[in-house]
Design a binder for this molecule. Structure first.
Ligand code: RB5
Length: 145
C-alpha cells in the first residue's frame, strides 16, 4: 500500500518509527523532517491532498495530541481523518467510517500502542452495507458547504 505520512515536530519521531516498522508498505513522507518547531496544518494539508487526489491509498498524520492535525486533514475535501487512541477505534474507523486518514497523538499514546493501532488500521477494510449510506451522508454535508 502507498501511504502518505506527515507530522509536526511533536510527531516527527513517531513518524520515523512507523516508516521503519512497516517496511512492506511504501511511504510518501511529506515532512516535517526535524524536531524544529513547525505548524501541523501544513503537513495535514499535504497528506490530505495526496490521499484526496488518489496519489496515495491512505494517509497517516501525527501531532502531539492528534487533534490539530486531524481537524486540519478533515478540511481537505474527500478526507475522513480519524483520531484513534486504541485498536478498537482504529478497527471501527475503517469498518464503519471508511476513514482514509489515520491521526495519532504522539504525546498521548506510547510507541507500542501506536504501532498496534497502525497495524489494525492498515489491515481492516470497510464493511459497506448500511455504513455506505452514512458515509455518503458525510460527503453530502461536505459538498453542501
Ligand atoms: C505542538 O506543540 C502541538 O500543539 C501540536 O503538536 C498538536 O498537539 C496540536 O493539536
Amino acid at each position: 500500500m502507498k501511504i502518505a505520512i506527515g507530522a509536526d515536530h511533536a510527531g516527527f519521531r513517531l513518524k520515523n518509527l512507523i516508516k521503519d516498522h512497516f517496511k512492506e508498505h511504501s511511504f510518501v513522507d511529506v515532512g516535517t523532517h526535524s524536531e524544529d518547531s513547525c505548524d501541523y496544518p501544513d503537513f495535514a494539508q499535504l497528506v490530505g491532498e495526496e490521499v484526496a487526489a488518489g496519489r496515495a491509498d491512505a494517509g497517516i498524520v501525527i501531532c502531539g495530541t492528534g487533534i490539530g492535525i486531524s481537524i486540519s486533514a478533515n478540511k481537505v475535501k474527500g478526507i475522513r481523518a480519524a483520531l484513534c487512541t486504541n485498536e478498537f477505534m482504529a478497527e471501527m474507523s475503517r469498518r464503519h467510517n471508511n476513514a482514509n486518514v489515520l491521526a495519532l497523538g504522539a504525546r498521548v499514546i506510547g510507541d507500542d500502542l501506536a504501532l498496534r493501532i497502525v497495524k489494525v488500521w492498515l489491515n481492516t477494510g470497510f464493511d459497506g452495507g448500511r455504513h455506505e449510506r452514512r458515509v455518503e451522508k458525510i460527503t453530502k454535508i461536505e459538498l453542501s458547504h
